[in-house]
Design a protein around this ligand. Structure first.
Ligand SMILES: Cc1cc2nc3c(=O)[nH]c(=O)nc-3n(C[C@H](O)[C@H](O)[C@H](O)COP(=O)(O)OP(=O)(O)OC[C@H]3O[C@@H](n4cnc5c(N)ncnc54)[C@H](O)[C@@H]3O)c2cc1C
Length: 411
C-alpha cells in the first residue's frame, strides 16, 4: 500500500499516474490545497494569485491539458514607489525615478554580475549597488521575508530577481521601455474556474481519496500512518505536507536537525471584490513602508473585478485585528488609485496561509538535502513546494510528482 499525504496539485498528480494500490489522506474537506478556490458568500476566490508558469515546461502544459485548456496572458506587473506606478522591473526603468537618484543608481550599477556572495544582502548590493538596494530591495524584502537579509542564502530567489546587463540599464535610464522582462513574462490560467480544473484532476481517483483525514503520526519503524480515526500500513509514502510538520510527526523522532530551524513566513491575504476596475495590471510590488502589503494583484477575467492584497507575518498569533485590516486595505487601495472611496469595495474576505514562503536561511543547504535523502531511505518521498521546503511553482511541483511517481512505479 502506498500512502499519499495531501490532495493538493502534487498529491493529485501522483495519484493520477500511480500503478500501485494507494490511498490519499487529505486533512481538509476538499481537494486542491492552495491550487484551488474557496467560496465566501456569493464569491469564489483563489488563494491569492495562482498563475501557471509553463516556460520550458511544454510537457507539463500538455499533461495538465487533460484537465483544462489554458489561456496565456502577457504579464503586466509594476512597482509602486514614490507615490506612482513604474514598470517592472525597476532596475530596467530608472528613468521613472527621481533624476538624481536614478543617476546615482546608474553610476553604482556593476559592469558584470557577481554570484560568489556570502548572503542575499551582499548579493543584491554586489549586483545592483547600494542605492538600489536601499531604495527597493531592502524595504520590499523586509516586508516579504521579515528576516535579516544577511542570514539568507545568496542564491535564494536568484531566478526571480533579474540582473540585467549594464547596457540595458543605461537604455532604461534614457527612457527605453522594456516590455515583458524578468522572470515568467507570460503566465497561463485555466479557461475554466481553477476549482473545476482541480475537480477534473480529482474525478478519476475519487474513490481513493479520504477527506478530513489528517496524518498525525508516522511510525517509521512499524511502517504505519495514524490519523484521528484510523491507521494505515504502508510500503511507501508520498508526502506533500510541509516538511517541518512531517518531521515533528515522525515517531520515534529521527536523528535529524531540529525542525525549528526550518524558517518560513505565513501569508495573510485579503480578497477584495470591487465595483469597477480603475487600474489594469496583473500585480504590483510595493516597497513603500507606509503601505503594509507587499503585493496587490488582480485575478484575470473576473466580473466583478477581484483584487488580492498580501502581507507576510512571522507570528500567526499576531494577526491584525479585522477592523484595522479593513482600514489598511482601504488606505492601500486608495493610495494605489484602485478605489476612490471605501464604497467602491463590495466585499472583503481574509485568509491565512500558515506556511507560504520558505526563508532560505544559511543552514538550508546543510539541513534540507540530507533530510530528504534520509526520508527517502525510509520509503518516504517528500515532494512539492512544502514537502521539499523550497521555492517552486505549481508546474515544478507537477513535474516533481511525475518524476517521483514514475520512479516508484518501476519498483
Ligand atoms: C501566496 C502564494 C502565491 C503563490 N502563487 C503561485 C503562482 O502564481 N504560481 C505558481 O505556480 N505557484 C504559486 N504558489 C505556489 C503554489 O501554491 C505551490 O507550488 C503549490 O500549491 C504546491 O502544491 P502542493 O500540492 O505541493 O501543496 P499544497 O497545495 O499545500 O497541498 C498540500 C495538501 O496537503 C494537505 N495536508 C497538509 N498537512 C496534512 C496532513 N497532516 N494530513 C493530511 N493532509 C495534509 C493540505 O490540506 C493540502 O491539501 C504560491 C504560493 C503562495 C503561498
Amino acid at each position: 500500500m502506498l500512502i499519499i499525504i495531501g490532495a493538493g496539485i502534487s498529491g493529485l498528480t501522483a495519484a493520477n499516474i500511480l500503478n500501485k494500490k494507494f490511498v490519499v489522506l487529505e486533512k481538509n474537506n476538499s481537494c486542491g490545497g492552495l491550487s484551488t478556490q474557496y467560496r465566501s458568500e456569493d464569491f469564489w476566490f483563489d488563494y491569492s494569485g495562482h498563475y501557471f508558469h509553463f516556460k520550458n515546461k511544454a510537457l507539463i502544459k500538455t499533461y495538465l491539458e487533460k484537465y483544462a485548456t489554458f489561456r496565456s496572458y502577457n504579464r503586466k506587473s509594476k512597482t509602486y514607489i514614490f507615490n506612482k506606478y513604474i514598470p517592472f522591473p525597476i532596475q530596467l526603468h530608472l528613468s521613472h525615478l527621481p533624476k538624481n537618484l536614478a543617476r546615482r543608481i546608474l553610476n553604482e550599477f556593476p559592469e558584470t554580475p557577481r554570484t560568489d556572495c556570502p548572503n542575499l544582502e551582499a548579493y543584491l548590493k554586489a549586483n545592483f549597488g547600494e542605492q538600489l538596494f536601499c531604495t527597493f530591495f531592502q524595504p520590499f524584502l523586509d516586508k516579504y521575508y521579515q528576516a535579516n537579509l544577511k542570514e539568507i542564502m545568496a542564491t535564494m530567489d536568484k531566478g526571480s530577481i533579474p540582473v540585467p546587463d549594464k547596457k540595458s540599464v543605461i537604455q532604461g535610464f534614457k527612457g527605453k521601455y522594456f516590455d515583458n522582462q524578468g522572470y515568467n513574462p507570460v503566465f497561463w490560467y485555466p479557461r475554466i474556474p481553477l476549482r473545476l480544473f482541480i475537480e477534473n484532476m480529482t474525478t478519476p481517483i475519487k474513490s481513493h481519496i479520504k477527506l478530513n483525514e489528517e496524518v498525525l503520526k508516522i511510525d517509521w519503524k512499524q511502517k504505519m500512518v495514524f490519523t484521528q480515526t484510523a491507521s494505515y500500513p504502508y510500503e511507501y509514502i508520498i508526502n506533500t505536507m510541509p516538511l517541518n510538520q512531517l518531521l515533528t510527526r515522525m515517531e520515534p523522532g529521527l536523528d535529524l536537525p531540529d525542525p525549528a530551524n526550518l524558517k518560513h513566513v505565513s501569508t495573510l491575504f485579503s480578497n477584495v471584490v470591487l465595483k469597477r476596475q480603475r487600474k489594469r495590471f496583473h500585480w504590483t510590488y510595493i516597497p513603500e513602508k507606509k503601505i503594509p502589503f507587499y503585493r496587490v494583484g488582480f485575478y484575470p477575467s473576473r466580473n466583478p473585478p477581484i483584487c488580492y492584497l498580501e502581507k507576510s507575518i512571522t507570528n500567526t498569533s499576531n494577526i491584525t485585528h479585522s477592523r484595522k485590516l479593513v482600514q489598511e486595505i482601504s488606505f492601500t487601495l486608495k493610495q494605489l488609485q484602485i478605489i476612490r472611496e471605501p464604497d467602491d469595495i463590495l466585499y472583503i474576505d481574509h485568509r491565512m496561509i500558515p506556511v507560504s514562503y520558505i526563508v532560505f536561511n544559511l543552514q538550508w543547504v546543510d539541513i534540507i538535502p540530507p533530510t530528504l535523502k534520509k526520508l527517502k531511505k525510509l520509503g518516504i518521498y517528500s515532494i512539492g513546494r512544502y514537502g521539499t521546503w523550497n521555492y517552486t511553482s505549481m508546474s515544478d511541483d507537477v513535474q516533481m510528482a511525475i518524476n517521483t511517481t514514475n520512479m516508484i512505479n518501476e519498483k
